[in-house]
Design a protein around this ligand. Structure first.
Ligand code: SF4
Ligand code: MG
Length: 318
């Protein structure tokens, strides 16, 4: 079966602190074991909300999240504990996500001790040293604090913290976006390497299509809280169907070519709190017709296996 059998929810916009964050609208996805499912879209499209809702940081307003057959979106913190070892998250900003008052050793030992109370001190230290070596941070630095490391090293430490409990699923929210370009490939390689060695499953949140093309098994394209298109990486990049996917892809600069001839995205992104009627993309879509302004397009599976929510595609005019 799937790792995440069912991500099917609306909202995810009320955090446990009751703060209103970005909306997600009736998203339906599943994540297969060992795959990298990437979620792409412009900022504010709901992709971070999606990841955080899957991880239990936000509660969905409606709908359910299932992990290996068990519903997890309605669990208490205590009931969620066993999943806290299996499911981990890596955040965009490694500095904000690491406690500045704790040494690397403390940051990495604490979850191991908490989740494995029977381990001896020596066993905990060994586990931490192993994972530090795996992410390329010499264990001699274990007594240092996060601010004493570079951005890239800090992200390695965040990844170590995600790996130290030996999870099977990691949601990574823009894990390289805050890093120097020269460091990005190293961190990406580290994530890919860890996936291969440990058989990890990734939900990878990104706005960077060239990265996504490189690492993904499947890709979900989100716009204003909706999934417009869900396809294998190969199909999505070779044969994009939804006008929004086409617009996103045509904005990637091609080697040796100009960005000319590409479809322009006009208009502002409306706020997800006050969604347009019909297709959420209609205000920016050159193919929009009257039906598009009134009726929400349903997700339909094409012969290629791609899932697309677009009246124009359904009507065969795109
Ligand atoms: Fe464009 Fe209509 Fe398709 Fe929406 S449903 S993407 S407005 S053609
Ligand atoms: Mg985000």
């Amino acid at each position: 079966g799937s790792i995440i059998d069912q991500i099917k929810f609306t909202g995810g916009k009320i955090s446990r602190k009751k703060t209103v964050v970005k909306a997600v609208n009736n998203v339906t996805l599943n994540v297969q074991p060992g795959e990298t499912l990437s979620v792409v879209g412009e900022s504010g499209c709901g992709k971070s909300t999606l990841a955080r809702t899957v991880m239990g940081l936000y509660r969905p307003n409606k709908g359910e999240i299932h992990y290996r057959g068990a519903r997890i979106d309605n669990l208490s913190s205590n009931q969620m504990l066993p999943y806290r070892t299996k499911m981990q998250m890596v955040f965009q900003d490694p500095y904000a996500s690491l406690n500045p008052r704790m040494t690397v050793k403390q940051i990495l030992e604490e979850p191991v001790r908490f989740h494995n109370p029977s381990l001896t001190r020596a066993e905990i230290q060994d586990t931490v040293a192993d994972v530090m070596l795996q992410v390329g941070v010499d264990p001699v630095w274990a007594t240092n604090y996060p601010h004493e490391f570079s951005g890239g090293q800090r992200q390695r430490i965040s990844i170590a913290r995600a790996l130290v409990l030996d999870p099977e699923f990691i949601a990574a929210d823009e894990p390289i976006a805050a890093l120097d370009v020269s460091i990005q490939a190293q961190i990406l390689n580290l994530l890919m390497d860890a996936q291969e060695k440990r058989g990890l499953t990734y939900l990878f949140i990104s706005h960077d299509l060239s990265v996504v093309e490189h690492i993904s098994t499947r890709v979900a394209v989100m716009y204003l809280g909706c999934v417009c298109e869900l396809a294998t990486s190969k199909e999505l990049f070779n044969n994009p169907q939804h006008p929004y996917t086409q617009a996103l892809l045509s904005a990637i600069p091609k080697l040796g070519g100009s960005a000319g001839g590409h479809m322009k995205l006009s208009g502002d992104v409306p706020t997800p709190i006050n969604l347009p009627t019909g297709c959420v993309f209609h205000g920016r879509c050159q193919f929009a017709n009257e039906r598009c302004t009134k009726e929400i397009p349903k997700q339909r599976t094409l012969e290629t296996g791609s899932i697309v929510a677009c009246h124009g595609v359904e009507e065969g005019r795109i």
